[in-house]
Design a binder for this molecule. Structure first.
Ligand SMILES: *Cc1c(COP(=O)(O)O)cnc(C)c1O
Length: 415
């Protein structure tokens, strides 16, 4: 008991100290202190990550995997160290199972395009109703190319997947299942362990879109036994333009390269080209070297705070924000699953979300308004969009109070 208590104490977040790490949190917007609640769209960047970017361009900017000169060696070592950090973070068995991409979208497209070679007419692939457009459109394009059929796991009013329908959709025709780990629009945590296990029983592969879960949860790809897992660095305190595709070695070997070019080849002649091994087969051209290195630093930073502490604190913010916002008359929250992360999607009666978003922005509060790249979810609720406040570990209850006050003000002005 004592030990547990101590452990908890050590892991408590010192939010005020953490906030010092993020220079942007000191700025003002329209004369008010910034309250940044658009973390589900992109996270803010701590000074250590900014420093890593400056250090790269100031001291060892060079192309990688090519030159024998010192700068190129240094850049290559730093980039490959970043890959190792990503491997450790996701607990992948091998570093060559980590493909560094430009983001979750790019990662999904590598797999969706590659599967064109592995599917035929009448094969089925299953998607969830809770997806981001980037985990819908590439698969629709795949179906157009191959004649495969797209099936959808529907959702309920709480924003949860209907798992009994999933059971019915699965068959020996199912070749691939893809869903997000956490919904960016509603915050629902999907039961991916169950989804993966059931898909594997029918022999289907599974891709999990972890773009929205990685800021809150440290995934263990081996424990999950997932075939593909994707994420974006910019939602994890890293820079934009960097992402991860984790794939099991066997699957990555089965997929053809996504792009042709430098870096991804073994031998090139005009008669025939042979491809490089993993991971380079999927990394044509000069990558975002600095971004990859900075991503590794961002993972170090988040791990130094600890994902257990992050998740615990964010749940506190979620509970506090939910209670305070629901106290506003006429406010409705979309996505009320018991298992959700710190995303609150809401509307104020019939008031258009955009109007609310504009007023709270004038008061310094950054929220997202619109369909959040998940139009099917908005269609399900028959709404044009929502106002979405998404909290990170550097946010505070005082900031939530400011959000609540500004939403009340918007309501007064608009109704
Ligand atoms: C942000 C997001 C994406 C897309 O990520 P990019 O960084 O824009 O490629 C995909 N899926 C989910 C669930 C997201 O939240």
């Amino acid at each position: 008991m004592v030990l547990l208590f101590l452990y908890k104490e050590i892991n408590m977040l010192d939010v005020q100290k953490i906030r010092e790490d993020f220079p942007i949190l000191k700025r003002k917007v329209h004369g008010n202190p910034l309250v940044y609640f658009d973390n589900a769209a992109t996270s803010q960047t701590p000074q250590v990550v900014i420093d890593a970017i400056v250090d790269y361009y100031s001291n060892y900017n060079a192309n990688i995997h090519r030159g024998v000169h010192t700068l190129s060696q240094e850049a290559t070592d730093a980039y490959e160290l970043a890959r190792k950090k990503v491997q450790q973070h996701f607990n992948a068995a091998n570093s060559h199972e980590i493909i560094l991409t430009t983001g979750a979208t790019h990662s999904i497209n590598i797999v969706a395009t590659g599967f064109a070679n592995l599917l035929s007419q009448g094969d089925e692939i299953i998607v969830s109703a809770l997806e981001h457009h980037s985990n819908i459109v590439p698969w629709q394009m795949l179906c157009e190319k191959t004649g495969a059929i797209l099936k959808v796991i529907p959702m309920n009013q709480e924003g949860e997947l209907l798992m009994e329908v999933y059971d019915q959709l699965l068959s020996d025709k199912t070749k691939l299942v893809f869903t997000n780990h956490i919904s960016n629009a509603l915050g629902t945590v999907n039961p991916i362990e169950e989804i993966i296990e059931k898909a594997h029983k029918t022999g289907a592969a599974v891709l999990i879109d972890g773009a929205q879960s990685c800021p809150h949860i440290k995934p263990d790809v081996q424990a999950l036994d997932v075939d593909f897992y994707v994420a974006s660095a910019h939602k994890l305190c890293g820079p934009t333009g960097v992402g991860v595709l984790y794939g099991k070695e066997d699957w990555l070997n089965k997929l053809p390269p996504y792009q042709g070019g430098g870096e991804m080849i073994d031998q090139v002649t005009f008669e025939k080209t042979t491809y490089a091994g993993l991971p380079h087969k999927f990394e044509a051209g000069t990558p975002n070297i600095c971004g990859g290195i900075a991503f590794g630093v961002a993972l170090d930073y988040m791990n130094s705070i600890g994902f257990d502490s992050i998740a615990g604190y964010e749940q506190e913010l979620l509970n506090y924000g939910t209670e305070k916002l629901l106290a506003i008359d006429g406010l409705r929250i979309y996505g009320t699953s018991k298992n959700k992360t710190s995303v609150i999607s809401f509307n104020l009666g019939d008031i258009h979300p955009y109007d609310v978003g504009s007023i709270v922005d004038k008061l310094g509060v950054a929220v997202r308004t619109g369909h959040h790249c998940a139009q099917p979810i908005m269609d399900f609720y028959k709404i044009p969009g929502t106002i979405r406040a998404s909290f990170s570990f550097y946010n505070t209850k005082e900031e939530i109070d400011i959000l609540v006050a500004s939403v009340k003000k918007a309501k007064m002005m608009l109704s």
